[in-house]
Design a protein around this ligand. Structure first.
Ligand SMILES: [Zn+2]
Ligand SMILES: [Zn+2]
Length: 331
């Protein structure tokens, strides 16, 4: 199994710099049968982290570019990869926690006003998505009116929104790509979804935010890549104590931290999920814990390939699953 996972470091930006200066292009899939996964951001939660971008994952499959969640700085990540955000017009939200949607206003407005987007932004997400997008349009009505009707006269179609409140099941099926939403368990945040993406016999799972979920395991059977969230270790001795006391080095109380941890999956739990799914590669995204401290928890029950996602990392799913760490080109 481990021989199926290759780990390659290439200077991604250097490769993309064959594009003429000023032009922008999406990275093409290496072959028509390959799924490409680009981790735009891998940090979880609303904490502002100066080193890492918020949770957001771009899938490239043939002619399709599908964005899953739009965490903080998603557009900065796209820009660092020379990907035109005007080409990213289909967004799937796992749930409506702010850390998964912080970049939606930027993605809605900026590509239309600066990058030539001429088609509506389409958004799929849990109940409340249509309402959020309606209010987002109202919040920016002034800017939209000026740029569309009075000043630059940007095309009206490019600032429209088509929003879908989804249920469990296939939510998108076009150009050979199928996106299936399934319910996960994110505590009080209901509904919360994970997604399965299938293309040309390749497949991956994006867990969304969830504690260990039997429904996720059910939908993950046979997948090449399982991208799973990761939370704080629930048995961490630091977490035991008076609930009203601040956790050391934190602005949150133990009670608050325990509540947050309870609706996520810790390393030991993730290992048990991976062992049952047996993906070609298990990969963590949406995490703030230290990989070195977490890996032994995962290894209690899972000995297969596992990777801690990094911002701007790319994973090619073809005959093999190949991980490319981002290396900035010398400028
Ligand atoms: Zn989150
Ligand atoms: Zn959440």
């Amino acid at each position: 199994m481990s021989r199926r996972v290759l780990w390659v470091v290439i200077p991604l930006l250097a490769a993309l710099h064959t594009v003429p200066a000023g032009a922008q292009a999406l990275p093409a899939a290496a072959s028509a049968r390959e799924l490409k996964v680009i981790l735009l951001g891998t940090a979880g939660g609303p904490t502002i982290n100066p080193q890492r971008f918020g949770i957001s994952t771009l899938i490239v499959a043939g002619s399709e570019r599908l964005l899953f969640d739009a965490g903080r700085s998603s557009l900065t990540a796209l820009a660092r990869l020379d990907i035109n955000p005007a080409d990213v017009t289909k967004v799937f939200l796992t749930h409506l926690h702010s850390d998964h949607v912080f970049a939606l206003p930027e993605l809605y407005l900026a590509p239309w006003a600066s990058q030539g987007r001429q088609v509506p932004l389409q958004v799929w997400g849990p109940q409340g998505t249509q309402s959020m997008m309606k209010h987002l349009q109202a919040a920016f009505a002034f800017d939209i009116h000026v740029r569309r009707d009075l000043d630059e006269k940007f095309p009206a179609n490019g600032i429209k929104v088509v929003a879908h409140d989804i249920r469990e099941g296939v939510v998108y099926d076009a150009n050979g790509v199928t996106v299936t939403a399934f319910l996960v368990d994110h505590g009080q945040v209901k509904p919360a979804f994970g997604y399965r993406i299938d293309y040309q016999g390749r497949s991956l799972i994006i867990s969304g935010d969830t504690k260990p979920s039997e429904n996720l395991i059910k939908h993950s059977q046979g997948v090449d890549l399982l991208i799973h969230e990761l939370g704080r270790w629930k048995d961490d001795p630091l977490m035991s104590g008076a609930p009203d006391e601040l956790l050391p080095n934190s602005r949150q109380t133990r009670g608050q931290v325990r509540t947050i941890a309870a609706h996520h999956t810790d390393g030991a739990e993730a290992g048990r999920v991976f062992e049952r799914v047996k993906p070609k590669l298990a990969l963590f995204s949406h995490y703030n814990v230290a990989p070195a401290a977490t890996l032994p928890l995962v290894r209690q029950s899972y000995s297969g390939p596992v990777e801690f996602g990094e911002d701007l990392m790319t994973i090619d799913i073809g005959e093999d699953v190949i991980v490319h760490r981002f290396v900035a080109a010398a400028r």
